[in-house]
Design a protein around this ligand. Structure first.
Ligand code: SOE
Length: 405
């Protein structure tokens, strides 16, 4: 009788913030809801501060913890390195992990520059020849409704794509006294809304349409140039010390840009953390000759579809509840209509990575795909730097009251 128990897949995770928590939940749940060829084990978590990483190990369920990420690379028992730290550390950790023969899950954006991303993509391609798998954490692709939207586009439901648009609207920085955080420091984060949330919708537009973005024209804006030093709260939201000095924000709060897809289609993209009232409104819409698909993450279990081939009297956007067995990933969870959450997209990301490792295939999005997202980010920054070719509208034409005064 052969033992069919799946072998353990020991995970070393770097970072214990928001993404560390989300990824840990994914590693804990993936094999409990999906049949996997390997069983993830929360082996060791690494973080800079002994007390914080010890607490995270306890809270997230890791057997061990360390303040040196290098310990994970050097531990022969660890099979996967999961990078959940700010973008300025991705390059060093990923290159070391791939060289050591560890599979890698790296949060988005891949790195803080095209140069770093290109080196990571080259290292990942070389490692794949040695059976080492790597994936970049564009987790929204694994929202059932969005994965279903991609199926519809691939099947030709929308017909010829005519136009695309995407928004990623948050408001956790709309308060000018929201404190400084690493996400507002270019050295740590690489960019602001553009790379943090804009990267998600850039990836989604390319993935859903099947077309790379080949040109952009854009503008970046830092709406609030200084902020109070970080108080008790770090990260998203919370109040800083408003009595003390204010520190310089070195990234964008808002990014607005047009995109040209490889097939010539035009699109509009907006990413902002100033959209008062919009908490995590990540929206994407694909308009085609025979139909449209539209998604809003704040209603993440729903996909709106428009069938332009339906009889005229019955045409209109239909709200599809993406909780049927026919919808990607949905069958593993609850009966129809019960819905999933943000955290499930990370579980699905882990499921696809573990299956790829077990089957010896390369998961998507690859580092090469993530490198192209990085190129789009850099192109938007370059477009903004050249003044975005703003055309002044010209002097206001006086109203009749003004002329008669
Ligand atoms: C902050 O804007 C953030 O946590 C992003 O960094 C994540 O990638 C996104 O999923 C939610 O918002």
């Amino acid at each position: 009788m052969t033992d069919s128990t799946p072998q353990p897949l020991n995970v070393g995770l770097v970072g214990y913030g928001f993404m560390g928590a989300a990824h840990s939940h994914a590693w804990r749940t993936a094999h409990r809801f999906f049949d996997l060829p390997l069983t993830p084990v929360l082996h060791t978590i690494a973080g800079r501060t002994e007390s914080a990483v010890a607490a995270a190990a306890q809270q997230y369920g890791f057997a061990q913890h360390t303040t040196r990420w290098q310990d994970l690379i050097e531990d022969p028992e660890i099979h996967v390195i999961d990078i959940c730290t700010p973008g300025d550390t991705h390059h060093e950790i990923a290159l070391a992990a791939l060289a050591a023969g560890k599979h890698v899950l790296c949060e988005k954006p891949l790195a803080n520059s095209v140069e770093e991303s290109a080196e990571m993509a080259a290292a990942a391609a070389e490692a794949a020849q040695r059976g080492i798998r790597s994936i970049c954490g564009f987790s929204y692709r694994r929202t059932p409704a969005l994965a279903y939207a991609r199926q519809l586009v691939e099947e030709g439901f929308v017909g010829e794509i005519l136009q695309v648009r995407a928004q990623y609207l948050q408001d956790w920085l709309a308060d000018a006294d929201a404190p400084m955080t690493w996400r507002l420091d270019r050295e740590k984060a690489g960019s602001g809304a553009l790379g943090d949330i804009g990267a998600h919708v850039i990836d989604l537009l390319q993935w859903l349409s099947g077309e790379d973005i080949v040109a952009v024209s854009g503008t970046l804006e830092t709406v609030v140039p200084t902020r109070p030093a970080a108080g008790a709260m770090q990260g998203l939201g919370g109040k800083g010390d408003t009595s003390g000095e204010r520190q310089q924000v070195t990234v964008d709060d808002t990014a607005l840009f047009s995109v040209r897809l490889e097939n010539g289609v035009l699109g509009a993209v907006e990413a902002t953390r100033m959209a008062q009232g919009r908490k995590n409104a990540m929206r994407v819409e694909i308009n085609g000759s025979t139909g449209s698909v539209a998604f809003d993450f704040e209603r993440m279990n729903e996909l709106e579809i428009y069938d332009a081939t339906a009889p005229a009297g019955r045409q209109g956007f239909t709200r599809v509840l993406a909780t049927e067995p026919e919808h990607p990933y949905a069958a593993a969870w609850w009966p129809t209509g019960h819905g999933l959450g943000y955290e499930h997209t990370f579980t699905h990301e882990v499921v696809d990575l573990v299956r790829a490792i077990g089957e010896g295939t390369d998961p998507s999005p690859s580092f090469a795909e993530a490198l192209h997202v990085q190129r789009v980010l850099a192109a938007v920054e370059a477009s903004d730097a050249d003044g975005s070719r703003w055309t002044p509208v010209g002097p206001q034409t006086p109203t009749t009251q003004e002329t008669s005064a």
